[in-house]
Every structure is written in structure tokens, then in C-alpha cells.
Ligand binder design. Structure first.
Ligand code: PMT
Length: 402
């Protein structure tokens, strides 16, 4: 799956012949799973129609402040909505306006309101491109943090040959894909991420235990994903047959909840992020027999005592660690997950419900819902556990940055 999947992208089109290439650019973005909001300067509508782009982007295209009589297009909302904005083509005129804070159309007003990273792909004739004022405008825009997607050298609409051809749609797609990949990768670089995985086994005697159906896959997939993004990963796992795909992951094997508790506390003070994906037994046998218990009466009673709640104990002492828990529920899912988030002092909770087909234990897939500290709910689709692990890391990066 592309890193662009679900990303909200504003494509700002200004009035140059290269606007015709935006039709295939929009198609590529949509194919990659992005949500694309096209905003056109009035001049660009002479080069490609809003109808073409609305059809390809599957959304209405905005060209002016007024939508219909009495209804305006809210550029501030648009600017806040986007994960990324790309001005392509960015003509000499639009570049000059962007560089100097002019906003005489909806596209420019949205640009000025945008809080997300902004890319621009210059497109113009070679002499316009070479002009010192254009060079200065590009320099200024870069100094504001905007990112240039450099124009290519080649044949221009005028028939002349030189620099000023807008980058090809495939190259623009690659640039923003790399940007999103690097953004998350770099963010976890040098971060210590501690992950718990698998079941715990609570011994009854030397041959028996109380356990559960967790295979560890969810936790292992998160560990692999975090390591891929450059994190320094410690995986504390209960009994499982799984292995990690990345040798840099430090694996700590434990058996019981008590051992997992101890292992977590040993590394907690140096951790930046802790993710509790393990299915930890809430209770353990009060007495563990030294020898195998022999069959005797018809009935046999095991007295259980409470295990420590690992996440709650970490939540109680956390300083700047970002703490993520899971909630595995069978009823009142959202309500119980919210209550765990609060009680354990978590920053994020990942809810999976056994009522959802394909979710939870053992399966290669999962269907989760994120609930953040403000109780904002982000339901997700049923996906492979690898894809869910990616979403979890993305969500953590997002919340952690904010
Ligand atoms: O391993 P798989 O087969 O891939 O299955 C994945 C999974 C279903 C185990 C995983 O997605 C999951 O839901 N893990 C948490 C299971 C669980 O124990 O949920 P809970 O609602 O009982 O616990 C809430 C949170 O507190 C969890 O993060 C748990 O790790 C933590 N906890 C629970 C009890 C305890 N004593 N200490 C804890 O830290």
C-alpha cells in the first residue's frame, strides 16, 4: 500500500499550458489512495476544465470564493484540512504572488492559510524562468519552507528548448511519496520504542498454565514497522513461535505477566514510546505447585490473584513517554476503550473487537479503531496486521508531533 493512502492533498493549479498534465497527476494520486482536492486559479480554467479534474478527483473542484449564490468556499478550512499542498503548475505570476503574500484568488488565499508542507512545481518559458525576479521569488518561497519540485530542461510549449518544463506527474508523485516516507522514518530515528507482544503464561504447576489465544503477530508487526522507520526497538514478548524481520530489534522473552512487568519497568525510563500489544493475563494462580498436580476429585479449584496492570503502572510514573495501549473487547467497545485510556493514563488506545470478523487473536488481519487523548475516534478498515501496524505508527507519529 502506498504511503499516500488516505493522505489529504490539495492540488493548486495555476494558468499555464502544463495544466493539462494535472489530469494524469490527479489519476496517479487517486490510484495511490490519496484524497485530492483540486483548487484552480481562474486563469487555469482556460487550459483544462474543472469538470475533467472533478471527474478524476471524484470531488468538486473549487475555482472561486463563491460556490453558489450566498455560499463561500472556506479557504481557511481547506488550508487546515490538507496534509500536503502542491502547486502544479506554478506559473511565474503565481510564484510571484505566493512569494509576496498576494491573494487575489481562492488558490492563493488557500496557500496563505495552509499549515501543511507546500510543494511547488514551476512551469514557464525558459526566459521567464531565468529572469532574476523569478529566481528571487523561488529563493524566497524556499526560505519560507516551501519545497520546489524542480522544472526540467526540454522542449517548451513555445517551441524553444530550455529549463522551465513542469516535472512529469510520475516524478511529482515520487517526490511527495518520498517526502511522506522520509517524514515518518526520520521522525522515529533515534527514538526508543518499547513494544509488548503475545500472551502471558501463568503457571499452575510445572506442566500447566493459564494463557490466551494471542500469537504475538500484532506486536511483532508493530515492532518490525517501528524498526523499519528507524526506531531503536525493544520487543518484550510472551511465548510465541514468531521471529522478527529486523536484526536490530532487541527481543526480550518473558513468560508471565510478572516477568513482563519487570522487563517493561527495566527499560521504561529510557523509552520514548511504549506500545502494549500483549494480551496480559489479569490473574494468576495464587499458589504454583512444585510438582505436577495429580488427578484427584471430580472438581478442582484454582484460586487466582490479581496480576499487576503493566500499562497502568507505567502510566502512573510516565514523564514524557508516549503511551499506547490496546483494548480487546467483546461488548460496549468504545465505552470500555475510553475508560481504559483514561484509567491507565494513555495517550492513545487501539481498540479491536472480537465482534468484528477478521479482528483480534490469531488472524492475519485486524480491524482497529484509534481513540486519542481527546477521545477523538478514528475507525479503520479491516486490513492485514502489517498494514494495521503501519497505521498505528503513522497515528503515533501524528499525535506525537502535535
Ligand atoms: O497476538 P495476536 O494473535 O496478533 O492478537 C493481537 C491481540 C488481539 C492480542 C492485540 O491486538 C490486542 O488486542 N492486545 C491487547 C489484548 C488485551 O489484553 O487487551 P485488554 O483490553 O485486556 O488490555 C488493555 C491494555 O492493557 C492492553 O494494552 C494490555 O497489553 C494492557 N494490560 C492488560 C492487563 C495487564 N495486567 N497489564 C497490561 O498492561
Amino acid at each position: 500500500m502506498s504511503v499516500l493512502s488516505g493522505k489529504k492533498i490539495i492540488l493548486g493549479i495555476s494558468g499555464g499550458i502544463a495544466a493539462y498534465k494535472t489530469a494524469s497527476f490527479v489519476r496517479l494520486l487517486i490510484k495511490a489512495g490519496a484524497q485530492v482536492q483540486v483548487i484552480m486559479s481562474p486563469a487555469s480554467c482556460a487550459f483544462i476544465t474543472p469538470l475533467t479534474l472533478a471527474t478524476l478527483s471524484k470531488r468538486p473542484v473549487y475555482t472561486q470564493f463563491e460556490k453558489d449564490f450566498g455560499e463561500w468556499t472556506n479557504h481557511v478550512e481547506l488550508g487546515l484540512w490538507a496534509d500536503l499542498m502542491i502547486m502544479a503548475p506554478a506559473t511565474a505570476n503565481t510564484l510571484a504572488k505566493m512569494a509576496n503574500g498576494l491573494c487575489d484568488n481562492l488558490l492563493l488565499a488557500t496557500y496563505l492559510s495552509a499549515k501543511c508542507p507546500v510543494f511547488f512545481a514551476p512551469a514557464m518559458d525558459l526566459d521567464m524562468f531565468a529572469h532574476p525576479s523569478t529566481k528571487e521569488n523561488i529563493r524566497k518561497l524556499k526560505s519560507y519552507g516551501n519545497i520546489e519540485i524542480e522544472s526540467a530542461y526540454g522542449e517548451l510549449a513555445s517551441g524553444l528548448i530550455g529549463q522551465g518544463r513542469m516535472a512529469e506527474p510520475e516524478d511529482m508523485l515520487q517526490t511527495i511519496t518520498d517526502f511522506f516516507n522520509n517524514e515518518s522514518t526520520l521522525y522515529l530515528k533515534a527514538k526508543k520504542v518499547v513494544i509488548t507482544a503475545g500472551p502471558t503464561y501463568e503457571p499452575i504447576d510445572p506442566v500447566r498454565f493459564i494463557g490466551n489465544h494471542s500469537t504475538g503477530k500484532m506486536g511483532f508487526d508493530i515492532a518490525n514497522e517501528a524498526a523499519k522507520r528507524g526506531a531503536d526497538v525493544v520487543l518484550i514478548t510472551g511465548p510465541t513461535s514468531l521471529t522478527t524481520t529486523n536484526d536490530s530489534i532487541k527481543v526480550v522473552k518473558v513468560l508471565s505477566a510478572k516477568e513482563m512487568y519487570q522487563a517493561c519497568h527495566e527499560v521504561f525510563s529510557s523509552a520514548d514510546i511504549v506500545i502494549g500489544a500483549a494480551a496480559v493475563a489479569d490473574y494468576r494462580p495464587k499458589v504454583v505447585a512444585d510438582q505436577k498436580i495429580k488427578k484427584n476429585d471430580e472438581e478442582f479449584t484454582i484460586v487466582l490473584e490479581k496480576n499487576p496492570d503493566i500499562l497502568a503502572s507505567l502510566g502512573a510514573i510516565k514523564t514524557n513517554q508516549f503511551l499506547v495501549g490496546f483494548a480487546l473487547e467483546t461488548e460496549n467497545e468504545i465505552e470500555y476503550a475510553k475508560s481504559k485510556l483514561k484509567k491507565k493514563n494513555l495517550d492513545l488506545i487501539v481498540l479491536n473487537s472480537l465482534n468484528d470478523k477478521g479482528a483480534g487473536f490469531g488472524k492475519p488481519t485486524n480491524k482497529v479503531t484509534f481513540i486519542d487523548k481527546d477521545f477523538t475516534i478514528f475507525p479503520q478498515e479491516l486490513k492485514s496486521k502489517e498494514a494495521v501496524a503501519k497505521d498505528i505508527i503513522d497515528q503515533i507519529v501524528k499525535s506525537y508531533v502535535e
